[in-house]
Design a protein around this ligand. Structure first.
Ligand code: GDP
Ligand code: MN
Length: 385
């Protein structure tokens, strides 16, 4: 789950990470009011669940409350296109109005999981403001990392090392170490999958503070954090994914291709997407439908995938173990009249014969394939034809 910058900053503040003074506004008049209260030049920042807002025109400096009002009036209601939103952009509903910061240096700081070593790591770079992927490609030497031993836990000396590597010393060292420790504690206690501050800035008057903040949370742990779940903004999420979740389909991820996929098992679903790519196609989604013992889940999944206007063909790949092929077949038959798209099915495993017999008796238009490669090729051909 993602949250907005203003929400992330409130959490950072609870963990002692310094942030600029400011508040969120949902109208131009409210933005003016906040700027008046702050009584200093402000920055007006579009609140969407995507970064790169600066490049897209979603970050505006305003010297007076009137300018803040005008900037907010332009930004609220705009469809902001950034390198992270895709060409369709995102509608801006709110802005964060903050005191302007006089920046001396921009740095990068993050806590994330390195799944290859199964540990949380601290990552810092002296090239702040840039996307970390760009820095990794062009200045890999500017990136410093510290692997945190989960048994020993985070140690202050690790934060000191990182702070030194980022050129923070003297009076900045102690606050920087406190800030890094706070960010790490937040990451662990709130079950984040990413806690990123980009840029972390050194101000002209020597303070260190979080100018931007991005927090992602592990969906599998969100049940432990009702306070975080309360921050959810469904309007920022993909409507088909929201609908899938509300229908008990928790592993649907919308993608941009034209072949809808219904697969049981996350690994098999990944392999299915690979096979589609190998056959020259593009998957329209990831979906692990799980162990199906009720045909309505298949019906719902077919309805969701069928309502994605980009989908031109559906590939069903089921390796029946605990999931039964006859239940899947029953779902295909029930949904069939409503989903007017070519369906290619590779079915194997438990109750295969019964499933095939049901499909044949119902005379549904399902093209069978014996193996995954054949299924992918047939689905690509159907989508292109
Ligand atoms: P992002 O583009 O979505 O990552 O938004 P950020 O919050 O990171 O802002 C982008 C850039 O705008 C930062 O890297 C800064 O260079 C600039 N910026 C943001 N806030 C301020 C501010 O208060 N003062 C100044 N001078 N620049 C700012
Ligand atoms: Mn940023």
């Amino acid at each position: 789950m993602k949250v907005h910058e203003y929400q992330a900053k409130e959490l950072l503040a609870q963990y002692g990470v310094p942030i600029p003074r400011g508040r969120v506004a949902s109208s131009a008049a409210e933005a003016r009011q906040i700027a008046t209260e702050l009584a200093v030049p402000v920055v007006v920042k579009a609140q969407i669940h995507a970064g790169g807002r600066g490049k897209g025109g979603g970050i505006r400096l305003a010297a007076t409350p009137e300018e803040a009002e005008r900037a907010a009036g332009q930004v609220i209601g705009m469809t902001l296109v950034t390198p992270q939103t895709g060409p369709e952009g995102r509608l801006v509903r709110r802005v964060l109005v903050e005191e302007q910061t006089l920046i001396e240096r921009e740095l990068y700081l993050a806590v994330l999981i390195d799944s290859s070593i199964g540990r949380a790591i601290l990552m810092g770079s002296s090239a702040g403001g840039m996307e970390i992927e760009e820095v990794a490609a062009s200045h890999p030497e500017a990136i410093h990392r510290v692997d945190i031993d989960p048994a020993a836990g985070f140690q202050p000396y690790e934060a000191r090392e990182l702070a030194f590597a980022l050129g923070l010393s003297g009076d900045q060292l102690r606050p920087a170490v406190g800030l890094i420790g706070g960010l790490y504690r937040l990451f662990v206690e709130k079950d984040c999958s990413l806690a990123e501050v980009n840029p972390l800035v050194v101000t002209k008057d020597g303070r260190v503070l979080a100018l931007d903040a991005k927090l992602n949370f592990d969906d599998n742990a969100i049940f432990r954090h009702p306070d975080i779940l309360a921050l959810r903004d469904i309007e920022e999420e993909d409507p088909l994914e929201v609908r899938a979740q509300s229908e008990g389909i928790n592993n649907y991820v919308k993608l941009d291709g034209n072949i809808g996929c219904i697969v049981n098992g996350a690994g098999l679903a990944m392999a299915t997407m690979d096979a589609i790519k190998l056959a020259g196609g593009e998957p329209a989604n990831f979906l692990d439908i799980g162990t199906v013992n009720d045909s309505s889940r298949v019906v719902n999944a077919l309805a969701i995938i069928g309502s994605d206007p980009g989908v031109k063909a559906i590939l069903i790949n089921i390796f029946g173990g605990m999931a039964r092929v006859d239940v899947i077949a029953q779902g295909i038959i029930e949904a069939h009249d409503r989903v007017r798209l070519p369906i290619v099915a590779r079915l194997a495993g438990t109750n295969l014969e019964e499933g095939v017999r049901l499909l044949q008796n119902a005379q549904v238009r399902v093209e069978r394939a014996e193996d995954l490669g054949e299924a992918a090729r047939k689905a690509v051909a159907a989508a292109n034809g």
